[in-house]
Design a binder for this molecule. Structure first.
Ligand code: OAD
Length: 260
């Protein structure tokens, strides 16, 4: 593999780190069969632009359409399985825990696949499509408590049910941003994986990590705007690169007993 030297260097940095932060985007779920945010969708939803559906204005204007879109999206997310990239990140967390190092996984994904792969304490800065809330009371509930018999879905309080995701024009959950910023401000390795790194504040996370003195690593299938500014850019699919990275870690440092 051409990128072996980069992956090896990344593994060395991680094995020497006290605190590691990972940011993931839609690319990590691509190998599970979920379309990334900026790639064209298949089937009947291909004629819609996600950037125009994922807004509060779109929901207010046409709640039926937006609810149907999210229904389709969570059905698809529940239908697929976590891939080796998700599994490797859960494995990395176990390795770092075993070595008494800090690990924080921040994701822009709303699909719940990291948790299904075994990652814990995941900071979901864009929320989750597996939780829904009432537009009147703000009460949240798991998907399993929401009945999708009519679209849009009425709530008991006389409002509508909407997904607990962050739409364009909405604030990000303050506690998620605080948690992410605190981890980034004190990390010594930062990995940006499978994200186009174009949307703030995620796009700015690398700056916070860099200011903290962290080594910065990118794993992406394609070139991105931040690729030129990181210490190591690893070109490849996360489902291939990450298991390889964890395999190298197995051969280094303490904590390796925690690996499966
Ligand atoms: P994007 O669709 O913008 O970017 C996905 C990135 O993953 C691209 O850079 C792809 O090249 C890369 N990629 C694709 N397959 C990959 C693979 N197998 N391995 C590694 N990389 C791969 O998705 P995000 O960056 O997640 O926000 O988008 C960020 C946010 O923009 C989304 O959360 C969404 C959107 O606006 C909100 O909805 C608020």
């Amino acid at each position: 593999m051409l990128t072996d030297a980069n992956i090896r260097r990344a593994a060395e940095w991680i094995s020497q780190a006290k605190s590691v932060v990972v940011l993931t985007g839609a690319g990590v779920s691509a190998e599970s069969g979920l379309t990334t945010f900026r790639a064209p969708e298949e089937g009947m939803w291909s004629k819609y632009d996600p950037m125009e559906l994922a807004t509060i204005d779109a929901f207010n204007r046409d709640p039926e359409l937006v609810t149907r879109w999210y229904h389709w999206r969570f059905t698809k997310a529940l239908d697929v399985e976590p891939n080796p990239g998700h599994a490797a990140l859960a494995n990395l967390q176990r390795w770092l825990d075993g070595a008494h190092k800090r690990f924080t996984l921040i994701t822009q994904n709303v699909d719940g696949l990291h948790q299904r792969a075994g990652s814990t304490g995941v900071i979901e800065i864009h929320g989750s499509i597996l939780r829904w809330r009432c537009t009147e009371t703000g009460e949240e509930m798991p998907l399993t408590d929401v009945s999708f018999e009519t679209f849009p879905v009425p709530s008991e309080a006389g409002g509508l049910m909407r997904p607990c995701v962050v739409w364009f024009g909405e604030m990000l959950p303050p506690e998620a941003i605080e948690g992410a910023t605190a981890a980034l401000s004190s990390c010594d390795v930062f990995l940006s994986i499978g994200t186009s790194a174009t949307v703030y504040p995620a796009a700015g996370f690398i700056e916070i990590a860099r200011t903290a003195g962290a080594k910065t690593i990118e794993v992406n299938r394609d070139p991105t705007p931040i690729g030129g500014g990181v210490d190591r850019a690893i070109a490849g699919q996360s489902g291939v690169v990450l298991p390889h990275l964890v395999e190298l870690l197995k051969q280094m440092g303490d904590g390796r007993d925690e690996l499966e």
